[in-house]
Design a protein around this ligand. Structure first.
Ligand code: BEZ
Ligand code: FE
Length: 295
């Protein structure tokens, strides 16, 4: 005898249809998705017109995806899903540097640069110095760590957004920490900026009276032998939007002041004008578990 599809049998009917799925993880995830999706539909009771509007929105998101633009990730970002996935997958000891979203602007390989290099290839904005030490959670320095950095300029633009105005690879650099695990480089203070909001995700932000801005930050990916790499940012303490980053990426432990240093000898050492801004950002990495170490 057939069972009529009804509001009360809908979820069981679909979950039963998944029973023969050979991939157990796929079966688990799809069953959970169906359960929560049906609960959402039961709770919100969309009209047919609203459901069609939702489908049209997702279709527009799909049409806005290509090699350069990933509107689905942007949607995930503004709904807090990217940060939730990132946080779940980067549970670390409290001493370790916390992670945050990668973002869409790490699309080119950063150029290897010598310690102390100026990653601002253009403009006359005052240079500041970013310096730090890469350590393991037990405090031991990690010489030879690799530090990949990229950032927006003082108007809030990445190089790839201004291909006709700034040299390629502006404000990007790949550094190798010295024998003490130390790194330092010169740059300009980045400005806060809006995420790309000329597509359906921007429409969603406007429809919900949300702004599209992210606080000023410098992106980092830091790796060292025997340790899990961390993808993170350093946030500038004086920036607006620290409390309402549109992609929910801020963690208090990643916020740093730009300290004004008035020390002509140090300025000469770093090859910057005196006085200058100094940002200190140590990065603490979590050792990778040795295979079998938890046996
Ligand atoms: C970024 O910081 O580059 C970024 C992160 C998420 C969405 C858009 C931009
Ligand atoms: Fe960014």
């Amino acid at each position: 005898m057939t069972t009529d599809f009804s509001e009360s049998t809908a979820t069981t009917a679909v979950i039963d249809s998944l029973q023969e799925t050979p991939d157990q993880r796929l079966k688990e995830v799809l069953s959970s998705l169906v359960t929560h999706l049906h609960a959402f539909i039961r709770e919100s009771e969309p009209t047919q017109q609203e459901w069609e509007r939702g489908i049209a929105f997702l279709t527009d998101v799909g049409h806005m995806c290509d090699e350069q633009r990933q509107e689905f990730i942007l949607l995930s970002d503004v709904l807090g899903v990217s940060m939730l996935v990132d946080t779940i997958n980067n549970r670390k000891p409290v001493e370790a540097t916390q992670s945050t979203v990668l973002g869409p602007f790490h699309v080119v390989d950063s150029p290897p640069r010598a310690l102390g290099a100026d990653i601002a290839l253009t403009g006359d904005a005052p240079r500041c110095v970013v310096q730090g030490r890469i350590r393991s959670v037990d405090g031991q320095a990690l010489p030879g760590s690799v530090i990949d950095v990229w950032q927006a300029d003082d108007a809030g633009y990445y190089d790839i957004q201004l291909p006709d105005e700034v040299p390629p690879l502006n404000l990007r650099g790949l550094f190798t920490a010295d024998d003490h695990g130390d790194f330092w480089f010169r740059t300009i203070e980045p400005r806060h900026y809006p995420i790309p909001d000329d597509g359906p995700v921007g429409n969603l932000l406007r429809a919900t009276n949300r702004h599209p801005n992210r606080p000023a930050h410098i992106h980092f990916i830091v790796g060292a032998v025997g340790h899990s790499p961390v993808t993170t940012h350093l946030f500038i303490a004086s920036s607006p939007y620290l409390d309402d980053d549109t992609v929910f990426g801020v963690k208090a432990s990643l916020v740093r002041a730009v300290r004004t240093v008035d020390d002509p000898a140090l300025a000469e050492h770093y090859e910057v004008q005196n006085p200058f801004g100094l940002i200190e950002f140590d990065v603490v990495l979590d050792p990778v578990d040795e295979p079998g170490s938890d046996l």
